[in-house]
Design a protein around this ligand. Structure first.
Ligand code: MRU
Length: 355
């Protein structure tokens, strides 16, 4: 029997009855491929907060499905009661992480659609929320493919690419953004070499990027974050491809902590840095990177996580920002599903949104 809800991507999808979300628990990779079922608002919030589901587009996709599953649990029988609970659920899910704009983008998109259909029955609105959430994921798949094609157009046989954090299929749906071009190169028989920063402190590069690329047969070398300079100096890197969590109207781009350091190094060695992401990651309401809220995470992620025993005294002060902002002046191009945006970004991004 065919499923009512097609599995569009393994990492995030609806359960067979559409009442829960099934995700790959990314905190367990690469050692165990385990799935989590998210049914309650608390489970959904925790999965996003704990990075069981992570990566800006995947968070947005998951948030869309959260709104659908929670809408089915909503007891409101008329629009006003339904919408009051909908807004509570939306605020709760939206508060799970602050930096990736895809989260608020997805829940706001569904909110707008709900308001536009307020004259329909609650049952019809719930159905429409499901359709909108599925559309978000389908669009992401198409956008990642287009982004990967544009990214691939910048690479040639034998090139080396450095990437930071994880912007692959786990962080999106299929292909990914920043590692999509290399996965596509592999499919087309073009050999590229990837250097994956391990990405302290949560090791998305080691645990997820090297896992995804290695499994796909791409030539990937894992390095510690502080080895990037040497790899660049050796002439092994022709481009840096990184993802993004929120891009401001002037092209400043927030991505995983350490990305701005990569870009500063790349400038020193004359290597172009490309930021890859769907237009849903561009926030024209943020004028510059200074407007982007940076998530601060638990200090123990630095002190003790992943170590057999703590590597710092329990009361040593730590600073653990999850993201940093790369100055637009360090970015050679922003690769979206609509093409490669070039500086000055205030003009190219504004034009993108006019269209
Ligand atoms: O904290 P994370 O793992 O969610 O951070 C993810 C990143 O910084 C990614 O590079 C970004 O979200 C782009 S994913 C296509």
């Amino acid at each position: 029997m065919s499923r009512k809800y097609e599995i569009l991507a393994d990492n995030v999808h609806l359960s067979e009855d559409g009442k829960s979300i099934i995700i790959v628990d990314q905190t367990k990779l690469p050692n165990v491929l385990e799935y989590l079922t998210l049914s309650t608002a608390q489970e959904m919030y925790d999965a996003i907060k704990s990075l069981a589901v992570r990566g800006a587009p995947a968070i947005g996709i998951c948030a869309g499905y959260c709104m659908f599953c929670l809408a089915q649990q909503n007891k409101g029988e008329n629009f006003d009661d339904f919408y009051a609970q909908f807004l509570k659920d939306k605020e709760y899910i939206n508060s799970s992480r602050p930096t990736a704009v895809n989260l608020s983008w997805a829940v706001n998109r569904i909110d707008k659609m709900v308001v536009a259909n307020k004259d329909k029955s609650v049952a019809q609105i719930v159905e429409l929320i499901g359709e909108e959430a599925i559309a978000i994921q389908k669009e992401d798949i198409a956008m990642c493919k287009a982004i990967s094609e544009f990214g691939l157009s910048l690479l040639k046989e034998g090139d080396g690419v450095l990437t930071h954090c994880n912007a692959g299929p786990l962080a999106t749906s299929r292909y990914g953004t920043a590692i999509g071009p290399m996965l596509m190169a592999q499919e087309k028989g073009i050999n590229v070499k990837v250097f994956a920063d391990e990405t302290r402190p949560l090791l998305q590069g080691a645990r997820l990027t090297s896992y995804e690329l290695h499994k796909a047969g791409v030539d990937v070398t894992l390095i510690c974050d502080n080895m990037a300079s040497m790899v660049m100096k050796n002439g092994w890197v022709q481009a840096c491809f990184v993802g993004c969590d929120r891009v401001a109207a002037n092209g400043d781009a927030a991505n995983k902590i350490g990305t701005s350091g990569v870009a500063i190094l790349a400038k020193h060695y004359g290597i172009p840095v490309y930021v890859l992401g769907p237009t849903s990651t561009i926030d024209m309401n943020c004028k510059t990177g200074d407007d982007i809220v940076i998530e601060l995470r638990d200090e123990d992620e630095i002190r003790s996580k992943f170590y057999e025993q703590p590597m710092a005294l329990a009361d040593v002060k730590c600073f653990n920002p999850a993201f940093d902002v790369t100055d637009h002046e360090l970015i050679a191009g922003i690769i979206t599903e609509k093409g490669i945006m070039r500086p000055p970004y205030t003009e190219s991004l504004a034009k993108l949104f006019e269209e």
